[in-house]
Design a protein around this ligand. Structure first.
Ligand SMILES: C[S@@+](CC[C@H](N)C(=O)[O-])C[C@H]1O[C@@H](n2cnc3c(N)ncnc32)[C@H](O)[C@@H]1O
Length: 794
């Protein structure tokens, strides 16, 4: 069977559908999953093991048989722990078929087949009784169904059902309890991910200030949680306003409710300031006494920061208050955590809402369009004063009083800068209805609706009439397009420049005038773990899982680079950054491929985990904006990355395997090719260990990597629906989050495919993830019909 896969096409700036092998779907999911990261999470695994041992002992001490229900068994790890701890039998439930199949093999390989029954079902479909999946209710409930927000992977409905139908009253539960913590802060940096700040422009006629529309000011923002590696945010970037407040706990050993609720905590602000952001994390206690605790606390709230465990499958949450509010030191306030079955959100109130209050403020949903068009990094980018200043300076050098500007970038404020800096006429192309509406609002708020012409059209369809018969003297782009996922996807600007060639006047200036692709070989401090084989996890052989991930990664002869926001993932440069391709925007896109090859010398000793690639835009001859490295690496190689962009990471699989010894100085040779007809960049890297100079080099590794556009899966049930109007309604807010399965994709979803138990989310630019843990009941609540409904927009 063939399935359809969408892929971002930088030549058109849109997503196209291609037929792919049916295995493509599952391979993509496994390849980008967090299973490896979970298996490397020593702290999590150890604590689960301790908790499971203690729970089995308690049951045995009561003279009972230990019957375990493991919901979401994945590799079967927790079930194998339970049997090793003395459990009599385990029912290991896994909804995702490839994982359930893998669990069967892993369980068999480790010699537990007689004690573990893997059931490939969603837990809400599991039956108990003489003909059921389980002969009787279990007395130990083990799960690991938590995401960064705790409840976003459907833990509450799964527990609610399990207690009702699958486990005995007063069962043991591992984990026993979870607690969500919150801390109120003021942070200009984080607030800049959520609101548009006024932008000051010095012009020949004095200062002009671009202001956000009132609607945007009042908008509660994007409904999804913002999950980040909070430990990477400098303490200088926020002021703590409250103590760490335990907001609510869930006791997993008792009946759990997935109904909406709110929990309030009174506190006295530690200092006066502006309450803007709630930082949040959780811990899980594996035993009733709370002695075995696994915490996601950031370093300043950690009882033992030395023991901080790095992990990517669980991070910390940033919630934005609907509005910023002044708070006064010492004057009592209430922080309220609201949640439904999948989502958490916060509000600040003067008094505590009554206990068991049934009326909850509505979950914040963007009603201004900006949070649909601009994701958080994009808000941050637009609010970055230094970056804006650089564009202003560059514009000053190219603008003339008679300039006719055409601006092409999604939802960009460049057109307003060009107008204020004195362009005679400014046009801006806004391709989508959403960006058209948003820009209209912003122009209106700034009294520019009559000054800047918005053209709602694909750039290649522009006619002289759209430009009022004028020729363009300045073509502008940041460039930024919402469909871009990998750095070079913004080369769409070059295709647009080519498409509008006929509208450019003689001597027209293009800004940026060129772009270049850069590469650097790095050693990651932690990120390597998400793609590294584990081998043995707490004494269990999980190589079957490693092989499965490797097969998925190698599924295509072409491997892909992955987008990662590297400011969250420290790394050391092992080579100098190197420019490997240039793209001259003053000329149209060439017809022939652009090819380059060379060698990257590795200058520092370390493990070459991969190559980082990014684009730099040369606005003018002497003004460059980097989307990657912001300054030369420090003495030790530590890197400073652009905090608003994702860089492309190409992992060198062999060096990720810790069993491969660390070589001496190495060189990496590369060949890269930009293929104009496809808009993609193909690459080959060869990593050679220079230690072994005599005779054949045993460590010579060849990485065939063809970096293509990100690809997305479209199962047969996808039916793209074409109205951008339904975007917000189409995607339930609970899916607007970073999923652990697969990891590393953080774009806001645009479309989704709901099958019986899975939801695939398509993000702008074609990334996707699938959540296999959705129950029909919870899907029902979101308004989607289980059983093959597609809802979404492209
Ligand atoms: C985070 S993984 C944990 C894997 C394993 N238990 C471990 O700790 O390493 C969660 C797994 O649960 C599965 N899952 C989530 N909700 C489920 C449910 N209600 N019923 C069955 N499987 C579920 C997902 O497909 C995924 O494989």
């Amino acid at each position: 069977m063939k399935v359809f896969c969408g892929r971002a096409n930088p030549t058109t700036g849109s997503v196209e559908w291609l037929e792919e092998d049916e295995h493509y779907d599952y391979h993509q999911e496994i390849a980008r999953s967090s299973y490896a990261d979970m298996l490397h999470d020593k702290d999590r695994n150890m604590k689960y093991y301790q908790g499971i041992r203690a729970a089995v002992s308690r049951v045995k001490d009561r003279g009972q048989k230990a019957l375990v229900l493991d919901i979401g068994t994945g590799t079967g790890l927790l079930s194998m722990m339970a049997v090793t701890a003395g459990a009599d039998f385990c029912y290991a439930i896994e909804v995702f078929k490839p994982m359930a199949d893998a669990a069967v093999k892993i369980v068999e390989k480790n010699g537990f087949s007689d004690k573990i029954k893997v059931i490939n079902k969603h837990s809400t479909e599991v039956t108990v009784g003489p003909d059921g999946d389980l002969p009787c209710r279990a007395n130990i409930l083990i799960t690991e169904l938590f995401d960064t927000e705790l409840i976003g992977e459907g833990a509450l409905p799964s527990y609610e059902h399990a207690h009702r139908h699958l486990v005995q009253a007063n069962c043991e539960a591992v984990p026993h309890r979870a607690t969500v913590y919150a801390q109120l802060v003021e942070s200009r940096r984080m607030w800049s991910w959520n609101k548009l700040f006024p932008i000051r422009v010095q012009t020949s006629r004095g200062e002009r200030v671009i202001i956000p529309p009132l609607e945007l000011e009042r908008c509660p923002g994007a409904p999804s949680v913002c999950d980040i590696q909070l430990n990477q945010v400098s303490p200088a970037d926020f002021t703590i306003l409250s103590d760490v407040l335990p907001m609510f706990s869930v006791d997993f050993s008792k009946q759990v409710s997935s109904s909406a609720a709110c929990h309030s905590r009174q506190f006295e602000p530690l200092v006066s300031g502006r309450a803007q952001v709630v930082l949040s994390w959780w811990d899980i206690e594996m035993d009733p006494e709370g002695k075995i605790k696994c915490t996601m606390a950031p370093f300043w709230a950690h009882s033992n920061p030395e023991e901080l465990q790095w992990r990517d499958h669980w991070m910390q949450c940033v919630y934005f208050l609907p509005q910023e509010e002044p708070v006064v030191q010492g004057s009592a306030l209430c922080l309220v955590a609201h949640h439904d079955d999948y989502c958490v959100w916060y509000s600040l109130q003067k008094t505590s809402p009554e206990k068991n209050e049934r009326v909850h403020p509505v979950r914040p949903v963007c009603d201004c369009q900006a949070h649909l068009l601009w994701n958080r990094p994009r808000f941050g980018e637009i609010n970055d004063r230094n970056r804006t200043e650089q564009y202003i300076q560059a514009l000053r050098t190219v603008l003339k009083p008679d300039s006719v500007c055409l601006c092409v970038s999604d939802g960009s404020l460049l057109s307003m800068l060009a107008y204020h800096l004195g362009a005679e006429q400014v046009f801006t192309v806004e391709n989508s209805a959403a960006s058209h509406r948003l820009m209209k609002k912003i122009f209106r708020a700034n009294h520019l609706e009559d000054k800047i012409n918005i053209i709602e059209k694909r750039p290649e369809l522009l006619t002289p009439a759209d430009l009022e018969g004028k020729k363009v003297s300045l073509l502008l782009g940041e460039p930024f397009f919402t469909t871009s996922l990998l750095p070079w996807h913004n080369l769409y600007f070059w295709y647009v420049r080519t498409a509008v060639d006929q509208h450019l006047g003689p001597g027209a200036v293009v800004m940026p005038q060129a772009a270049s692709l850069h590469v650097m070989v790095v050693e990651f401090r932690d990120l390597w773990q998400i793609r590294s084989p584990c081998g043995n996890c707490e004494g269990f052989d999980v190589r079957i899982m490693d092989d499965m991930i490797k097969r998925a990664l190698d599924f295509r002869e072409s491997k892909e680079a992955e987008p990662h926001p590297l400011w969250e993932y420290p790394c050391r440069s092992l080579s100098k950054p190197q420019q490997i391709l240039t793209f001259d925007f003053r000329q149209p896109v060439p017809l022939q491929p652009v090819h380059a090859e060379g060698t990257i010398e590795l200058r520092r000793r370390g493990r070459s985990h991969g190559a980082v690639l990014w684009m730099e835009y040369h606005l003018t001859t002497d003004s460059t904006v980097s989307t990657g490295l912001l300054k030369p690496a420090e003495d030790e190689g530590d890197c400073c990355w652009n905090p608003h962009c994702k860089q492309a990471v190409y992992f060198f699989n062999t060096t990720l395997d810790l069993r491969v010894p660390l070589g001496g100085p190495q060189t990496v040779t590369y060949t890269v090719e930009f293929r104009p007809h496809a808009g993609d960049i193909t690459m080959d890297f060869t990593l050679s260990d220079a230690l072994d100079r005599n005779g054949p080099n045993p460590h010579l590794k060849r990485f065939g990597l063809r970096v293509q556009q990100q690809q997305v899966t479209k199962t047969s049930t996808w039916t793209p629906c074409c109205s951008s109007e339904v975007r917000e309604e189409a995607v339930p807010e609970q899916f607007r989050r970073r999923s652990r399965i697969p990891a590393g994709r953080r774009r806001e979803p645009e479309a989704q495919c709901v099958t019986r138990h899975s939801v695939s989310i398509l993000a702008p630019g074609g990334s996707w993830w699938q959540s296999p843990g959705m129950s029909p009941a919870s899907l029902g609540k979101t308004g989607f019909k289980p059983g093959g409904t597609l809802v979404g927009t492209l």
